[in-house]
Write a protein that binds this ligand. Structure first.
Ligand code: HEM
Length: 141
């Protein structure tokens, strides 16, 4: 069951990355074009996938052997105790803010700008979180 959740969490990263990149691309290339229902739908799917990832992550956080606060001096455990959750929660918060700013903005240009600004910062943080990932299958294990 937990192994299944971990696989799901692991695979969902690709879904989020693809969706967030599509959201950014369409917002960035929109220029003066309207914020269409299609744009909104992709941005919403990005938001939903990020929130599902948060829920899966929370379950893993309270069950994983890699989250262990008696091992804070070990960089592998510290990554899972603190760094992964902080970076990923921050990225998900930014996606949420970007989506709601786009929703509230009056003109379409501001809607697109809210998406590409917040989603771009979020995807950079997610990439950093993945690139600095520590754990099994890495040379120090
Ligand atoms: C966009 C957000 C996130 C992405 C892209 C992401 C990505 C990943 C990836 C790729 C793994 C490694 C999976 C594997 O080893 O097969 C992982 C593991 C993990 N994630 Fe996330 N994650 C995200 C958010 C979160 C959040 C918000 C939390 C906590 C609330 C969390 C908690 C964990 C934990 C505890 C593990 C380690 C589980 C284990 O190896 O036992 N993740 N995550």
């Amino acid at each position: 069951m937990l192994a299944g959740l971990l696989h799901l969490h692991s695979a969902l990263r690709y879904v989020i990355l693809i969706l967030v990149l599509i959201s950014i691309f369409q917002a960035f290339t929109a220029g003066n074009k309207p914020y269409t229902a299609g744009n909104k739908k992709i941005n919403l799917f990005t938001l939903i996938s990020a929130h599902i990832q948060l829920l899966l992550g929370l379950v893993l956080y309270f069950t994983s052997d890699w989250v262990n606060f008696s091992q804070m001096s070990n960089p592998v455990y510290r990554y899972w105790n603190v760094e992964h959750i902080s970076m990923m929660v921050l990225a998900i918060v930014l996606i949420t803010i970007g989506y709601s700013k786009a929703k509230k903005a009056i003109d379409d240009k501001a809607k697109h700008r809210a998406i590409y600004t917040f989603y771009t910062i979020a995807v950079v943080i997610i990439f950093l979180g993945i690139l600095t990932m520590k754990g099994r299958n890495l040379w120090w294990n």
